[in-house]
Design a protein around this ligand. Structure first.
Ligand code: MN
Length: 422
């Protein structure tokens, strides 16, 4: 494994920073006014690509602006060669001893205090269910341990088509949904605020290249531009009543939060790891030609309003049964065209132990085993005012490839209008 690549930006050389020279993730930000910039995180700073391009310090020879649009979509659309060209350029100008340090230094913006925006337009959003521990735990609660894993689970990366319109950037408040509910003892359903509001700890894979027809797992891997942390907010009581026979619908349509920095596949290369040995042989089109998962430590904290946060789970992306490349390959089998800006949620990432479960549903075992937070409060599901924060990093010997934070606070449900009352 390669070690830390040193930069003339001192804060990028710390073993603690999420953003050393090895990482170079892409984000969109403003500094408190109307102007929005595309940038690369480096230590405590952001290299302002928009200004560098405007001043023609950065010129990839394409004859068009890549960074003047407030989104990384134009870069993503250019494809692998330009992705590599930009990464090499950033690495060259930021490395220790670079002769252009004095030219580049004025284009560093302090990262503290900036406001982050969506770094790309989510054109479609699919969420998967590829964590075996999660699927087993949820299946056990919903259907009993004998029927926990559906018969197709060990053969198909199960997913559903989500709503691109519901994907929001870290820091956006999320309103508890109202919905149709029916408890196990209720004779009839009613309409009201979700009482079992939950997070799901996931990784999001961003598709960077289009497909026509079916692609192999190797080709699918080449199509992925990068990864983010992803919180698939879930209304468990709405879900339990609505999910059969067509899967989740309103339970998953309120919001999905992503972290603001796109960590490229290139930065994660040293951390590749294989999916686990299959319990049932996979069909040839789903077999991995090489390691397609990544060793990324993940954690979730919950902070009640005005109280300190408590880490409630620690797990790792390598717990998944299917990789994003396998999910993407499966997605194309129908002939479904995939496009740059397609977002794939991994599915909830739960480890084997109780402390590594990726949702409140599992952590509190369906509400039966409340968690005690450091503030002394207990939780089965999320309360209004709770802030949920995800963090993640792939860890080398003397550096890490960090994702920053994926944060969201829950606001109380909207008032139910009179015409919707019984
Ligand atoms: Mn999910």
């Amino acid at each position: 494994m390669t070690g830390l690549k040193r930069s003339w930006v001192d804060s990028a050389n710390s073993a603690e920073t999420d953003f050393p020279l090895n990482n170079l993730p892409y984000g969109v930000y403003d500094k408190g006014d109307e102007e929005v910039f595309c940038g690369v995180a480096i230590g405590d700073y952001i290299l302002n690509l928009t200004k560098l391009e405007e001043d023609q310090v950065l010129d990839l020879g394409l004859g068009v602006s890549l960074f003047g649009w407030g989104t990384f979509d134009p870069l993503i659309d250019e494809g692998q060669q330009v992705w590599d060209q930009l990464r090499t350029w950033c690495e060259t100008v930021l490395k220790e001893g670079s002769p252009v340090e004095k030219t580049i230094a004025p284009y560093l913006d302090a990262r503290e205090g900036v406001r982050m925006h969506m770094p790309f337009e989510v054109v479609e959003y699919t969420d998967f269910y590829a964590g075996k521990n999660h699927a087993f735990n949820v299946g056990t609660m919903f259907r009993g341990p004998e029927n926990a894993l559906p018969p197709n689970w060990l053969s198909i990366p199960i997913g559903y088509n989500g709503r691109a319109s519901s994907v929001v950037i870290s820091g956006t408040d999320v309103t508890r949904p109202n919905g149709q509910l029916k408890g196990p003892d209720d004779e009839l359903p009613h309409f009201g605020p979700c009482a079992r509001w939950d997070f799901e700890l996931e990784m999001g894979a961003i598709v960077g290249k289009p497909s026509e027809g079916m692609v192999s797992v190797k080709e699918a891997d080449d199509m992925i531009f990068g990864y983010v942390l992803l919180n698939d907010w879930s209304a468990r009581d709405i879900q339990a009543w609505e999910y059969q026979p067509l899967g989740p619908f309103q339970a998953k349509a309120t919001a999905t939060t992503i972290s603001p920095w796109i960590v490229t596949k290139a930065a994660l290369e040293p951390f590749r790891t294989s999916t686990p040995e299959g319990e049932r042989p996979l069909l040839p089109y789903l077999k991995e030609p090489g390691p397609m998962l990544y060793d990324i430590d993940l954690e979730v904290s919950v902070a009640p309003e005005g109280k300190p946060e408590t880490v409630v789970t620690r797990t790792n992306y390598k717990e998944m049964y299917y990789s994003a490349a396998q999910q993407l390959a499966h997605h194309t089998t129908s002939g479904c065209p995939m496009r740059p800006g397609d977002l794939l949620g991994s599915g909830t990432i739960s480890g084997e132990t109780k402390e590594s479960r990726g949702s409140m549903l599992e952590l509190s075992w369906g509400g039966k085993e409340p968690l005690t937070l450091d503030s002394g409060e207990t939780r089965t599901f999320l309360e209004d005012g709770d802030t949920v924060t995800f963090r993640g990093a792939a860890k080398g010997n003397d550096y890490k490839i960090g994702f920053g934070e994926c944060v969201g606070k829950t606001l109380p449900a909207a008032e139910i209008p009179d015409w919707a009352k019984e």
